[in-house]
Design a binder for this molecule. Structure first.
Ligand code: ZN
Length: 274
């Protein structure tokens, strides 16, 4: 069965500030014509590395507030790739409470790590990896009532061995089409280059779409966008994510697996600006 995961959201990010990364690829009349022939685009919002365990101005809580209430589209749904055994994240009372809130709000909880730190799965031996996957799936099931079906490997790093282990746990790998480049969490995290980076990346994805390189799912082209909810800069600016055109189902594309399952009904958003 073809992929059936689809969270179709749409957004364009305005993260402010100046930058000097390569300029966005210019839209040519030919690209414009090709885009018109392509199905509509939907963006899936995903957040990695959380939930925050901070008792002071919790950035994940801020992200959740903004997804629920913002001037552009209320009640946006997202996928949270969580770290269940990291003390700065899910292995804390606050972190667990935040994951419950994510579940209650209808977001998807998915697997990211279940080691004390953000450890690359390829550095774990077979037993350690098995333990991490067993722990993480159980941790998430304890909150949602069911083991996760989606995962994103830390550092997007996987190989045949780790991929096979994910499959054994029923986990579908979801990678990233567009990254906000906000993985730096501590210290100064308001990158002046981020807006330029995003605009450049969006124009690159637009070119791929025009060339027909992205798969079509249920009549639309899903584009997976990655943020990091531990990043306070991202948290402060989530309200500026622009989402329009609410559809009726939440789906997403499972990169690398080509298969998936239908997700619960959620909101979909069509992005403006790509
Ligand atoms: Zn991560």
């Amino acid at each position: 069965m073809k992929q059936v995961f689809k969270v179709l959201l749409a957004c364009a990010m305005a993260v402010g500030l100046l930058g000097c990364i390569a300029a966005p690829i210019e839209m040519t009349p030919q690209t414009e014509q090709r885009l018109r022939a392509q199905p509509p685009i939907r963006f899936l919002l995903t957040f990695d590395d959380g939930p925050s365990a901070s008792s002071f101005w919790n950035p994940t809580e801020t992200v959740l507030d903004s997804l629920a209430i913002n001037p552009l589209q209320p009640d946006i749904k997202a996928v949270f790739f969580v770290q269940t055994r990291a003390t700065r994240a899910g292995n804390s009372e606050i972190g667990r409470a935040v994951m419950h809130r994510e579940r209650d709000a209808g977001h998807i909880l998915a697997f990211h790590t279940a080691t004390p730190s953000h450890t690359n799965h390829r550095s774990l031996d077979a037993q350690e990896l098995e333990q991490a996957l067993t722990d993480g799936c159980a941790d998430i099931a304890a909150i949602t009532g069911a083991p996760p079906t989606l995962m994103r490997p830390p550092f997007w790093s996987y190989d045949k061995r780790t991929f096979a282990a994910y499959q054994q746990h029923g986990l579908h790998v979801l990678l990233t089409d567009l990254s906000a480049n906000d993985g730096k969490i501590w210290g100064f995290n308001a990158s002046p280059r981020r807006r330029s980076h995003m605009l450049r990346s969006m124009s690159e994805v637009r070119e791929r779409i025009a060339r027909g390189e992205l798969p079509v799912v249920d009549g639309v082209i899903p584009v997976v966008v990655t943020f990091h909810d531990l990043n306070r800069y991202t948290a402060r600016h989530t309200r500026r994510v622009r989402c329009v055109t609410v559809l009726s189902r939440l789906n997403c594309r499972g990169s690398g697996t080509g298969s998936g399952r239908t997700m619960p009904t959620e909101n979909l958003f069509k992005v403006r600006g790509i």
